[in-house]
Design a protein around this ligand. Structure first.
Ligand code: SF4
Length: 411
């Protein structure tokens, strides 16, 4: 990756280990995701955990919502182990987590982290149940995420805060009170967890809400009042373009402030859609901000009336697809390749300039230009391709470049 003029200065936070993955304390921002299988269906869940992990999810969360799901967890971990898949698996608990973690000790042991929603640990015995989960975390030396969600906010606390607010001469808006309550719920829970005996470096916090501006407000405030690592995510982001744009917008603004130690992009998949899309979007957000590198980036222009041919679009697509397909192999044998930049441009206006800024770039001819395509390597014009098979020859040059630049060499 090229040197950034203004690299992001990260918020200082404690470091928490989720299995062997470091979260916070200056560690790279971790990408995580969540399965949508029935956890009790062991094979289906194992398959999806592997799919998410292969796509780059460094931590995978599964729901543990009932006895069948809890009973399945050790078998899921055993199957992953047999397939040599090493990924920390997090259990998502609501309502009955205190009972499940107590009744299924092998599950409590097998999981790498417990996610607790403090608004969903019960009605009458909320704190007692919460403390039971914390006791299990202490017993098995596991970290927890205290994950507040505005859709399941502690209603008792919210009602108290609303009453107090209504008595003020100048009451805040109900949205402001909601945000205050989310932060207070998270901090009350972290204090309670520490009182029970959980070490502060075993706690990750999140406060998720579905509005972009609200999420930015919550995390900006939360970051200033604690030093726990923060899990970021726009909850219920939605489907397709809406979900991707809303998540990217919210997370980018927060990450740009140096806030956030692990992220999840909560996309609603299309029916039978690819669950791993949320992983790729999370990676792209981090790479676009210059926080991490996962995949060589293809810079291509949008095209305009100066190029009527669709050839450069096809070539950009072909190169992009090729990179995605090859990355599992390249990652092993060409360290650093994920930082490479490739340019595929549509005409002479910006083509040569953009190509010179890339590691390797091609400027295809626009309408009425001579049918030739100059290729630039590390800023130098190395050749001009003409005639048939320009794309094929450019791909071969790309491969040669990768081998010469990134192949592991024995000293
Ligand atoms: S590089 Fe050429 S074809 Fe591409 S958008 Fe710019 S002017 Fe249009």
């Amino acid at each position: 990756m090229s040197t950034l003029i203004n690299p992001i200065s990260r918020r200082v936070s404690k470091q928490v280990f989720v299995g062997n993955v470091a979260v916070g304390g200056g560690a790279p921002v971790v990408v995580q995701s969540m399965t949508n299988t029935d956890t009790a269906d062991i094979d289906d869940t194992v398959k999806q955990i592997i799919q998410l992990h292969d796509a780059g999810s460094e931590v995978v969360r599964i729901t543990v919502n009932n006895k069948e799901a809890a009973a399945a967890v050790p078998y899921i971990m055993e199957k992953l182990d047999k397939k040599n898949v090493e990924v920390p698996v997090v259990g998502d608990f609501h309502y009955n987590g205190h009972m499940l973690l107590t009744q299924f000790p092998e599950t409590a042991k097998a999981l790498s982290k417990y996610r607790i929603n403090p608004g969903n640990t019960g009605t009458r015995e909320r704190d007692k149940n919460f403390c039971t989960i914390i006791e299990q975390a202490i017993k098995y030396d596991k970290p927890v995420r205290i994950g507040v969600n505005w859709g399941s906010l502690d209603q008792q606390l919210l009602a108290e805060k609303m009453d107090t607010n209504n008595a003020l001469l100048e009451p805040k808006s109900s949205k402001e009170v909601m945000i205050d309550t989310m932060i207070e719920s998270a901090l009350r829970s972290t204090a309670l967890a520490e009182e029970v005996g959980l070490a502060s470096n075993k706690i990750i916090v999140s406060c998720k809400i579905s509005g972009v501006q609200d999420l930015i407000t919550v995390y900006t405030r939360l970051a200033s009042v604690c030093d726990y690592p923060l899990h970021l995510g726009l909850t219920e982001a939605g489907m397709g373009m809406k979900g991707i744009v809303a998540s990217s917008t919210a997370l980018a603004v927060i990450l740009q402030q140096g806030i956030g130690d692990t992220i999840r992009v909560s996309l609603t998949p299309e029916p039978n859609g690819d669950r791993a899309l949320e992983v790729r979007v999370a990676q792209q957000i981090l790479q676009s901000l210059g926080l991490r590198s996962f995949l060589p980036q293809v810079t291509s222009c949008p095209g305009c009336g100066r190029t009527k041919s669709t050839y450069f679009q096809e070539l950009a697509d072909e190169i992009q697809t090729y990179i995605v397909e090859m990355m599992p192999i390249w990652r092993q044998i060409y360290p650093g390749v994920e930082e490479m930049n490739v340019a595929v441009m549509g005409c002479v206006v910006n083509g040569p300039g953009e190509s010179k800024h890339a590691n390797i770039g091609i400027s295809l001819p626009g309408t009425f230009e001579e049918p030739k395509a100059p290729v630039y390597v590390d800023g130098e014009h190395v050749t001009t391709l003409t005639g048939e098979g320009i794309g094929k020859r450019f791909k071969a040059m790309l491969e040669d470049y990768i081998i010469s630049r990134y192949a592991i060499r024995s000293l």
